[in-house]
Design a binder for this molecule. Structure first.
Ligand code: FEO
Length: 400
């Protein structure tokens, strides 16, 4: 039982759990720092629980819910998002409070039938702009489709100007005692927040940008997301940060990600990194795709404008872990970047050919004209080619 319960304002409770035992979020994304699932309770003239937590945390969560209700009944359960990390305890809450009215939109309702396989019972279907009156507090619902699922919506509490934002403004990382933005150094969470955004929401950045426009128009004092930090002092900071993520606004720097079996492609990556430094690029990050999980590489690519991908040839194709990176970049719609490619030929080529195809398939990114493909170990011409490539990359970055 590790539910952390904190009164945010009078009659408004944070009820979050830290998950430090799950290794992979969505069974894919490493969680070395854990993750928090946040739920909120309003105890007004009516009581309302806003989202739940993952089912593995149900016992402590229900104890905390009962404590904060202080013997009162639960009138409403608002479901902003149906992904199981937040909907996991709906059935248990319903069993405990069978008269509770569930609040969601049309899509929420059908997803509840599909995912939870329960008799839905009392349900209020809300549309964009509808309100729910709790007494002193009123919730207005705003649909945010595909951020992160089709049924996703947020609610805005107009009395205290609170945004319950579900996945939006979330991040990886358990909350280690510090829950509010004014209690912690944001830098501590920033990388895990960007890794969460780029991998979980990145594909839906267009929809996220639209949702953020709606959010930006609201007068917000507090942001309560379902993962990560509660923003009660400087909510604008996270809104601006997310707007940056959604539009892939990045900074000067280059990520070099390479796959290498015998060290030839790795050596090219190191030469490139040095040549970029000589061109005045201060932020250069080099990753071996076989060692660093692709989610970290994507997150760094989200941060920096330049990306250079290198691959040895493996069975006449691109190296499998580089292929995974290419898939990830396609899926998340690489945008507003400068791309360079290099690699080694192996017996008969293939890797650079496939990288060139990736580059020519296009997207909203510029491609560095020089491509370097080495046969076996690097020769003088290859070194000169890499130097040229670094110069062109630096020129394109600095031209921005
Ligand atoms: Fe945290 Fe999309 O669920």
């Amino acid at each position: 039982m590790n539910t952390v319960s904190v009164e945010i304002l009078k009659d408004l409770y944070y009820m979050g759990v830290n998950d430090r035992e799950t290794n992979l979020f969505e069974n894919m994304w490493p969680l070395p720092e854990g993750v928090a699932y946040n739920s909120y309770l309003i105890t007004d003239e009516k009581t309302a629980l806003l989202d739940t937590v993952k089912i593995t945390k149900v016992d402590g969560f229900i104890d905390s819910l009962k404590d904060n209700l202080g013997g009162r009944n639960l009138d409403y359960l608002v479901v902003h998002h149906m992904e199981p990390d937040h909907s996991g305890c709906i059935k248990t809450v319903r069993d405990l409070y069978p008269e509770v009215t569930i609040v969601g939109n049309k899509k929420t309702k059908s997803m509840m039938s599909d995912y939870l396989d329960i008799e839905i019972g009392n349900f209020v279907e809300v549309k964009d702009g509808d309100t729910l009156d709790l007494g002193n507090r009123k919730l207005t619902f705003v649909n945010t489709p595909m951020v992160h699922w089709p049924e996703s919506m947020v609610s805005y509490e107009s009395t205290d100007k609170i945004l319950f934002s579900q996945d939006i403004f979330g991040g990886f990382g358990a909350l280690n005692g510090t829950i509010f933005d004014d209690e912690m150094n944001f830098e501590f969470f920033q990388d895990e927040m960007r890794r969460y955004y780029s991998n979980i929401v990145g594909k839906y950045s267009k929809q996220a940008a639209k949702a953020l426009q709606k959010v930006k128009a609201l007068d917000i004092n507090i942001i309560c997301p379902v993962h990560g930090i509660v923003w009660r002092t400087n909510p604008d900071r996270i809104v601006d940060e997310y707007i940056k993520y959604a539009n892939q606004v990045n900074e000067e720097g280059v990520v070099i990600a390479y796959g290498s079996m015998y060290g030839n492609t790795e050596k090219m990556a190191d030469y490139l990194a040095r040549f970029l430094a000589e061109e005045g690029i201060k932020n250069v990050k080099v990753f071996d795709v076989s060692k660093t999980h692709v989610s970290y590489i994507l997150s760094e690519i989200w941060k920096y404008k330049g990306v250079i991908i290198g691959s040895c040839t493996y069975n006449n194709s691109v190296y499998p872990n580089v292929n995974q990176l290419l898939y990830t970049l396609k899926m998340n719609k690489l945008n507003n970047h400068v791309l360079g490619i290099f690699g080694s030929y192996g017996w008969s080529g293939g890797a650079v050919k496939e990288l060139s195809e990736f580059a020519s398939e296009g997207g909203n990114f510029e491609v560095v004209p020089t491509v370097v493909e080495t046969k076996g170990t690097m020769k003088e011409d290859d070194v000169e080619g890499l130097k040229k490539m670094a110069k062109e990359m630096a020129g394109l970055l600095k031209a921005e």
